[in-house]
Design a binder for this molecule. Structure first.
Ligand code: ATP
Ligand code: MG
Length: 230
């Protein structure tokens, strides 16, 4: 008789994948990562700053600065990891391609949780090959002020609503399979956005207490988001 060795997928703790422009990173991002790591029992969270498009459709701080600010903000948290694969590409990366790249490194059994704020989730059905995302990762949604869950059903297309109805699960289910579930979580409501921080700096005002002091020091040292001169 031969022994059968069955790998228990529950021994693999899910990894959080957190993409964004992080222009700049702020406490809304950091609390999302911290609270989702805690409530979803994530092994770690990978922050993946988006690259800079070669032909810019809109102003965006150069990727090396955004990456440096993410590194500074996450440096003292051992559960936060910075992943610079998108920044190193000469073109913008679709999330589906980034997840393929992570899968090929981490293997087919590793549960991956794509972390999204509610606003990002509501736009999901416009993403490149969005339905393929469910084959590659779980989708985990954090609440965000301005996007209350009571309004999600009205704000999303039918295709996305159908996915939610069939895939909705509980946090403890995330470790039992590698991809395909949807979990939503309330987090501390922080009405902070990078847009507001950029506007505040450009208006010559101080955005302190919305983002880590060390990130603000970096912004001043590198003269980012300077006030427009009249
Ligand atoms: P911008 O104003 O430039 O769009 P942002 O503050 O929305 O910046 P992003 O880099 O666009 O930050 O967001 C990255 C991810 O973090 C997205 O999934 C977004 O939904 C989420 N997020 C950002 N800020 C918050 C917040 N205050 N609460 C919950 N989720 C957030
Ligand atoms: Mg945003």
């Amino acid at each position: 008789m031969t022994d059968t060795y069955v790998v228990d997928p529950r021994t693999l703790k899910p990894i959080g994948i957190f993409g964004g422009t992080f222009d700049p990173i702020h406490f809304g991002h950091l609390r999302l990562a911290e609270e989702m790591a805690e409530s979803l029992a994530l092994d770690h969270v990978r922050f993946i700053p988006a690259g800079t498009p070669p032909h810019r459709s809109r102003p965006r701080t150069d990727a090396p600065h955004r990456l440096a600010m993410v590194k500074i903000a996450t440096a003292n948290n051992p559960r936060f990891v910075v992943d610079q694969r998108e920044v190193e590409l000469p073109h913008l990366s679709y999330t589906v391609d980034t997840l393929h790249s992570l899968r090929s490194e981490l293997g087919d059994d590793q549960p991956l949780c794509l972390l999204l704020g509610a606003d990002a989730f509501l736009g999901l059905s416009s993403w490149h090959e969005w339905q393929a995302l469910f084959k590659l990762a779980h989708i985990t949604i954090a609440h965000r002020p301005g996007f209350p869950q009571s309004t999600w059903k009205d704000a999303m297309p039918d295709t996305l609503r159908d996915e939610i109805e069939t895939r909705m699960a509980n946090p403890e289910d995330l470790a039992t399979c590698a991809a395909g579930l949807i979990v939503t979580r309330p987090i501390t409501a922080l009405d902070i956005s990078a847009t507001h921080i950029r506007d505040t700096l450009r208006a010559g005002r101080n955005p302190r207490y919305l983002l880590p002091d060390a990130v603000l020091d970096y912004i001043h040292a590198h003269q980012l988001y300077l006030p427009e001169t009249a």
